[in-house]
Write a protein that binds this ligand. Structure first.
Ligand code: CTP
Length: 427
């Protein structure tokens, strides 16, 4: 991996990014990635495949990256570009990664500049597949993706949505801004901690709403930012992520399978199914579940027509207790599963959080102070992480991504403890 170089602006922040562009209609979205990388001070070398140039031409890439653009190993032979580009890269991003490119990368086929660069590189690799749903779900592509992930590459699952031809399904290139966030983490980590590779994690985010009538609801101020940061960081560490999102208005984190829900009961069903491996997103049970959602504790009786003021009096509202999903996860826990909760408190933070940790039976609980301008909706967070063994970690004010990394560090540690215990326990 190369040293940090001095970029055109004189800043030392820049890294060398090789952006490989496959021949897919989503190539135009990679234009935004070049813009984001260069704006962040990085040097971007765009290496499209020959057919990718049919979608976006060489002048566009060259003008945006301000770097020469080549697809063939026969260009710049004196520079030995097919060896150098890969060797010098700090990160290779392939977006869009077609089924063909993924297959070649998995099998070490090197028949153009991009695929030879993949073989000569030793830096983190980020693949952002985009293709028709049938191609993505084909056993050949599944096997190739599994091979790349086993080797430590980050392959983000494509987003669900409409594809060309009025078809829809998994296959869309994720939002470029979200891909940029994954890439940014891989660059910052350098060694790219992929300690969640092979793990399926379920994360709930946002705040549930309980309908009073077709128009009104009881809800809360949770924005979903903490849950989305947990998803982003888990993906960058190699996990497969099911994100159960309650009323969140944020772009889907690149690579996460997002299930949209609204009420507590919908959230409960989606989280329990995903945790058991019977949901629509993953056939395997969860290795870890993080309940970051702010769940409504009560629901009112639902009126199917708009509630009217009668005689100028407010209507009575009967509230019923909702099930506690986190406690239920604790009682249904599968062997080896790690469960994390969050505690939102306005007062008596430590006492409230410690009581919840015991009552809900989770492995860890993140305690947050919440208020009108605290935590909810903010990009930052702070708090404490309490463990079942009685230990406590102070998490200073920082980004929600930073807090997420503390959570995943502890989850990874717990996985190791649990597997050591299984290995030494008698048959
Ligand atoms: N939680 C849950 N189901 C509920 C309520 C909360 O799974 N019905 C989860 C939240 O997702 C969070 C944790 O439990 O991970 C704590 O939530 P919090 O709102 O802080 O606590 P409550 O259980 O609602 O307790 P209290 O009302 O006493 O604060």
């Amino acid at each position: 991996m190369s040293d940090t170089h001095v970029n055109a602006t004189g800043s030392r922040a820049g890294k060398r990014i090789l952006l490989g562009v496959g021949a897919g209609i989503a190539a135009y979205k990679a234009i935004e990635l070049v813009r984001l990388f260069t704006k962040a001070g990085h040097e971007v070398r765009v290496v499209p495949t020959r057919d990718a140039l049919r979608f976006v031409g060489e002048p566009t890439w060259a003008a945006l990256s301000r770097q020469p653009v080549t697809t063939e190993v026969w260009s710049d032979v004196d520079q030995v570009a097919h060896v150098q580009l890969g060797q010098r890269a700090d990160l290779i991003v392939i977006a869009p990664a077609t089924a063909n490119l993924i297959a070649k990368a998995a099998h070490g086929i090197a028949d153009d500049l991009l695929t030879t660069s993949l073989l000569t590189s030793r830096c983190p690799l980020l693949f952002a597949p985009a293709m028709h749903a049938e191609m993505w779900t084909h056993p050949a592509t599944r096997a190739n993706v599994a091979t790349l992930r086993e080797r430590g590459a980050i392959v983000v699952d494509p987003a669900n949505g409409s594809l060309t031809n009025e078809d829809s399904g998994p296959g869309r290139l994720p939002d470029p801004q979200e891909l940029f966030q994954v890439a940014r983490r891989l660059l910052n980590d350098g060694t790219a901690a992929t300690d969640l590779t092979g793990r399926h994690v379920v994360i709930s985010a946002g705040g549930t709403r309980e309908l009073l009538d077709p128009l009104r609801f009881i809800g809360n101020r949770s924005s979903g930012r903490q849950g989305y940061a947990l998803a982003r960081t888990a993906i960058a560490r190699g996990a497969r992520v099911t994100l159960v999102a309650a009323n969140v208005e944020l772009p889907a984190p690149a690579g996460a399978s997002v299930l949209q829900v609204s009420s507590t009961e919908e959230l409960r069903k989606a989280v329990l199914a995903a945790t058991e491996g019977s949901g629509p997103t993953a056939a395997e049970p969860a290795d870890a579940v993080v309940m970051a959602a702010a769940v409504a504790d009560f629901h009112p009786d639902y009126q199917d027509r708009k509630i009217k003021k009668s005689d100028g009096m407010p209507p009575p509202v009967n509230l019923h207790l909702n099930p506690d999903i986190l406690a239920e996860l604790g009682t249904r826990r599968l062997p080896g599963q790690v469960i994390v909760g969050f505690a939102a408190e306005t007062h008596d933070l430590m006492a409230g959080a410690a009581a919840k940790l015991t009552r809900k039976g989770c492995d860890f609980l993140v305690a947050n102070r919440v208020g009108p301008n605290l935590t909810y909706g903010s990009p930052d967070n702070e708090g404490f992480l309490l463990s079942q063994d009685g230990s406590r970690i102070d998490i200073p004010l920082g980004s929600k991504e930073d807090l997420s990394d503390v959570v995943w560090d502890m989850v990874v540690k717990r996985f190791a403890e649990l597997s050591a215990r299984t290995a030494t326990s008698p048959e």
